[in-house]
Design a protein around this ligand. Structure first.
Ligand code: SF4
Length: 304
């Protein structure tokens, strides 16, 4: 096993028997994570719970396990399945330039007939555009929750918003389906209408998701708000300590109006794979997505 420290990141090789994992996510049949850990180190990362299972003592964002797996034997068995790349890491971390794990994975899935969804905060995906164009149903999603580069830099170590927007445009122009994932929406800070204006001509889908504060990072985020955005402290207290959801219900109503104004479909669940009319992306309402699904897991929302 190779272990090293590069640019302050502890990197080691790990063997895994099967790279394809059945997913419990609402969006995916399988989730595939070519790495364990994520050097973007987002302060709000829901995946930071992974640290518990890996034995790492380094902070989230400061370690990376590089997976090695036997080549996928029968890729056709994933035909028609959605395969999500990067649910608890980013397949296009800076380390991917040398390591090429994600590229290798895509090559193994080429011709499988699987529907590929790549979730990223990087523009390195541009490297693989030729391969992606040969893969049939592919979607690339960028998480963008602000147009303010200072706030972005406070929250993550990924590439700038401008680079993400440029990459989205190039991938869209290459004929590949794109998503602007406006997530997590920070109350008072994320201006989803301004982001929508920037991306509406270069994406097929706009996903909206609220900031969820759980676990270890809740206090860190609340402290950050108190320091940098003290005027929002009462709002965050109401939402995250008193469970008041009215802010996000109002946002939902604003999103519905925005969709109507721009003649965009507004849905609360995924539609079958397809391209949107240019300038009219489908807006998908994922506010409180996990909690609002019904108990029979039919994918329908409960009425509020
Ligand atoms: S890019 Fe995603 S997986 Fe990586 S640290 Fe950020 S939220 Fe977590």
């Amino acid at each position: 096993m190779v272990q090293k420290i590069e640019n302050g990141i502890f990197i080691r090789d790990v063997e895994t028997k099967n790279i394809m994992t059945k997913s419990s996510l609402p969006v995916g049949g399988y989730s595939v994570n070519p790495y364990v850990g994520c050097t973007h180190g987002c302060k709000y990362c829901y995946a930071s719970f992974m640290k518990r299972f890996t034995g790492h003592t380094e902070p989230w964002g400061a370690f990376l396990d590089v997976k090695h797996w036997p080549a996928i034997q029968h890729p056709q068995k994933y035909r028609g399945q959605r395969v999500v790349i990067g649910s608890v890491t980013d397949g296009y971390l800076p380390q991917e330039v040398q390591l090429r794990n994600t590229r290798q994975l895509l090559e193994q899935l080429k011709g499988s007939g699987a529907e590929i969804l790549i979730c990223t905060k990087s523009d390195l995906v541009l490297r693989d555009v030729d391969l992606l164009k040969e893969m049939g149903k592919v979607t690339v999603s960028w998480s963008i929750n602000t147009l303010d580069e200072d706030f972005r830099a406070d929250m993550d170590k990924a590439v700038s918003i401008e680079r993400r927007l440029n990459a989205m445009k190039q991938i869209y122009d290459a004929g590949i389906r794109t998503v602007c994932f406006i997530s997590p929406i920070f109350p008072g800070i994320t201006d989803f209408k301004a982001i929508f204006e920037r991306v509406r001509n270069q994406c097929d889908l706009v996903w909206l998701e609220n900031l969820n504060l759980r676990g270890g990072f809740k206090q860190e985020i609340l402290d950050y708000i108190a320091e940098k955005y003290p005027r929002f402290t009462p709002l965050y207290h109401a939402i995250y300590n008193k469970k008041d959801r009215s802010y996000f219900y109002q946002l939902e109503e604003q999103a519905a109006k925005l969709a109507a104004a721009y003649h965009c479909p507004f849905v609360d669940n995924e539609l079958p794979y397809g391209r949107a009319e240019p300038g009219h992306p489908v807006i998908v309402d994922y506010f409180y997505h996990e909690e609002i699904r019904d108990s029979k897991n039919t994918g329908q929302r409960k009425l509020k």
